[in-house]
Write a protein that binds this ligand. Sequence first.
Ligand SMILES: Cc1cc2nc3c(=O)[nH]c(=O)nc-3n(C[C@H](O)[C@H](O)[C@H](O)COP(=O)(O)OP(=O)(O)OC[C@H]3O[C@@H](n4cnc5c(N)ncnc54)[C@H](O)[C@@H]3O)c2cc1C
Length: 534
Amino acid sequence: MREKNYDAIIIGAGHNGLVTACYLAKAGWKVLVLERRYIVGGACVTEETFPGFKVSTAAYVNSLFRKEIIRDLHLESYGLKILERNPSSFTPFPDGSHLLLGPDPALNHRQIAKFSLRDANAYPAYEAMLERMATVLEPLLTMRPPNLVKPALRDLWGAYQTWKPFQALGSAMSEAFELLTAPARQILDRWFESEALKTTLATDAVIGAMASPSTPGTAYVLFHHVMGETNGKRGVWGYVQGGMGGITQSLAAAARHLNVEIRCDAEVARILFANGTARGVALANGDELVAPVVASNADAQVTFTRLLDQTLLPREFAEAITRINYESASLKINVALAELPDFLACPGREPGAHHRGTIHISPSLDYIEQAFDDAKYGQPSQRPILECTIPSVVDPTVAPLGKHLMSIFVQYAPYKLRGATWDELRETFADRCVALLNEYAPNFQRSVIARQVLTPLDLERMFNLTGGNIFQGAMTMNQLFACRPVPGFADYHTPIRGLYLCGAAAHPGGGVMGAAGANAAKEILRSSGRQVPS
Ligand SMILES: Cc1cc2nc3c(=O)[nH]c(=O)nc-3n(C[C@H](O)[C@H](O)[C@H](O)COP(=O)(O)OP(=O)(O)OC[C@H]3O[C@@H](n4cnc5c(N)ncnc54)[C@H](O)[C@@H]3O)c2cc1C
């Protein structure tokens, strides 16, 4: 069966695919979104995994989602609400001490001073340094990276535009380059002496990465995590009311209002192609849908090796795609709880300040290094790093009255295991994580009503994420900006005319940001001679 009346087809209803669809539809295009799952959202989704609980299956906190997208698409009028978390983090230690951090400078000073007065005094300057860098570098997120392989005149202009913010930093330029390339540990060791503070900050540097804080490039991952804001507050992360699907459900509602057609349970099996040009897609059920523009929200490996015959691609491009690093070591456990964890470091089962933010089980930098050592040799960490969040403390709508919901983001759980498979290790490794948390909160294990364990293999199966990489490709310097997904094609175009990338595989990469989707729409409209509407 052939249908023939769309201006653009979007493969995948992740948040980026939906953003692209909305901006194209706002420009008057007739857009079709095809999603292989039963629900829109990709990795930014809420599902009722346990009866009565609204589980953010994958992504669990927001700060990166672009405020101009919220404004342009009137997402608040479709129900989007971001709830601030204050304090934002709690790190309990085995000796019974703890560190709370958040947007309140007085609280931060008091808390850090418990471990080091020197660090407490240095912390505001560290935050100001990150803020300065973020302000200067943030405009790069929403720009189309220049083509450095075959530069046209506008790429030279783009390269100059890229360079300008660095120039504006003056002598702080070297600090910016350090942030983009160095190990996080190098920077944290220079700024601070307290292990408690350094390990709390370091977890942001390794999220989603198959790397430890002493791996070059991890400072950028740390920096990437301070680039957003919640309700105007830089670097503050929030919960989305009703779970992360609040973002994608509001996007889907905005899209439908703009006459975008969204079909779920509609897996694209092939991109149709003739004379070097994309013509549409073929679905797994055999239906063919035709459009002059196809934008893929799937990752680059899926798009170019599974949906297209690789022999149709220029050899150098096809080879570059096979070189993309999808290494990953992240696992997610979603847990329904009968009661809140009662931490030895902060006793009490009633909601407390320490339950609101991210709870870090990662007592020292060396602990993280050792956890990573296991992963290097193909084993899940003996003592993993846990990042736990309990959204129900801030947003009671996600759990039945009196019950709670916890997300546990775990590292390191390498996708490539030696001597076992994730189907064999899934539950025993999850038991290890539960037992570890129980050391810090002895009521935890018995309070678990139900759990969902998503290994890197499950993330690959569920979301079509190659290697289970949560960012659709590692966020390392050689895979960012003008090199994302591969050098020469960071402008959302591909070697196939009419085929674009519009998801996290493209600049500026992973995280629930929407920037890739919005940038791609802008580029698609520009190529067709239309302007992106605001
Ligand atoms: C476990 C986990 C935790 C995370 N935590 C956070 C967090 O707390 N905060 C944060 O900001 N980011 C987080 N991230 C990262 C963030 O969720 C992703 O980077 C982001 O959601 C990517 O969005 P996307 O729209 O580009 O792609 P995706 O969300 O990957 O969506 C792509 C969509 O395309 C669909 N698709 C793929 N192939 C096909 C096909 N052949 N036919 C039809 N449809 C197809 C997929 O089913 C999917 O719906 C996390 C990710 C994971 C996996």
